[in-house]
Design a protein around this ligand. Sequence first.
Ligand code: ADP
Length: 535
Amino acid sequence: MDGLMMDFQLTLPTLLRRAETYFGEQEVVTRLPDKSFHRYTYSDMARRAKQLAVALGELGLERGDRVATLSWNHYQHLEAYFGIPCGGFVLHTLNLRLHPDDIGYIASHAGDRALIVDASLAPLVEQFRGRTQIEHVFVVEDSYEELLASSNSDDWREPELDENEAAAMCYTSGTTGMPKGVVYSHRSTILHTLGVAAANPLGVGISERDVILPVVPMFHANAWGYPYIAAMIGAKQVFPGPYLDPESLLDDFVQEGVTWTAGVPTIWLGILQLLDAHPGKWDLSHMKGMLVGGSAAPRAMIAGFQERHDLVVCHGWGMTETSPVASMAALPGELANADDDTKFDYIAMQGFPLALVELRARDESGHEIPHDGETMGELEVRGPWVASAYYESPDEAGRWTDDGWFKTGDIVSFDPHGHIQIKDRSKDVIKSGGEWISSVELENALMAHPAVAEAAVIAIPDEKWQERPLAAVVLKDGAAATAEELREFLAPQFAKWWLPDRFEFVGEIPKTAVGKFRKTALREQFAQQPAVTTT
Ligand code: ADP
């Protein structure tokens, strides 16, 4: 017997209609390049998004054509997030921090036909446009405005979209190889929006009363869904434009009453240092906290925000391939009254999957690993917002198992409650004498040392053990620590053979385009080099 429910397609025009109808007066605020603030409402956004949809059609673009953006987080980017897919086109967010050659490769591989670009980034376009199929370029605050002015939002007719049609695409940032295209459908986007909004991480869910500032770039994995989530729940959105330094962000948090934000740990490490250095300078009493992910959030950072600034850090895990949010930290009910140390141990893990997402992990012989908190295996994921293939990359089919799970390349353990702990990427885990050492755990422990600002641990080749850990450490301004002290600091927490053999003190850790440690660069730098500082 079939159910007797409507065959209602899960598509983005529904979200746009909702934002416009119920939250039309809610504000969208953007920090402009000249540092002043631009303000308008969801009504204005919806009108302009429809103008964009109409105008792109009038250019002769066809259903399914890719329209790229090369932009910071701002209201025009939000218009593109809605207008492009609601016109039946595919939003392709290009990562402005990549090398022009890589952007060119990605735009050409995706077959982008049009591009919306920030004025400050327009010169970059000239460096790669020649190798792409881009026919139209619209510059924000310039020809983009002319494009909108050429059309009328009343002419917008909702294309009868099938929920499985593509809404957006994003290329993996290439931390571990050539960028690969992930294509989100309208359905996956709507379900991801619902799934993230439904999560009530650590009891700090978000609603219409919240003010959300996504620090995570809109060119990286949908800004973790926040532009859509905020529009769906009717929350005010604040966009920081190009100003992502800790001081500007803290100013935005205070001035706009931000309650919830999201980004990678490197951003929050910088913000925590500034808050600690200037107690009382920024009044964040209205703020609830932040979603942190993209790489492992150090436990000491999570505890620091909570204990010293009363801010909740919710640790999430995900990938471009999982839209991206797939799991969030949680505290099992029986630990509600546990001491803070036990609680932080828990919420420093990457939690359990959002509803509708499923996780498992298998060891090298293909057996599912037990939930014992120790055994490590490769994490596999499936669910309605997990990619089933990369765009036109048949060589990558091996990333999916025969029974339809995506192999993440992340090495994890599951604790007895089923919470995942990301131990490493399979390419970063240190294989010493046939055993695995988690670089992430060593890094997190090092970043709990009061003198350490950042630490990245990499494998270096070793004749006897195959690989051994090396720690690259950035000290806080004015702080001092020797290799010997750091080794002693780690010793009580780890088996002796886990302790790094070498500590290198560096000015900064090289980062990828989305702010993660670029370990390939560190390996190149140190693998061949004789040690400068050994213990
Ligand atoms: P790239 O693969 O190019 O870095 P993604 O942004 O898709 O691009 O990265 C996804 C990867 O980031 C995951 O496979 C995982 O290794 C890492 N990651 C994401 N969130 C976390 C987290 N909370 N803790 C540890 N690693 C994380």
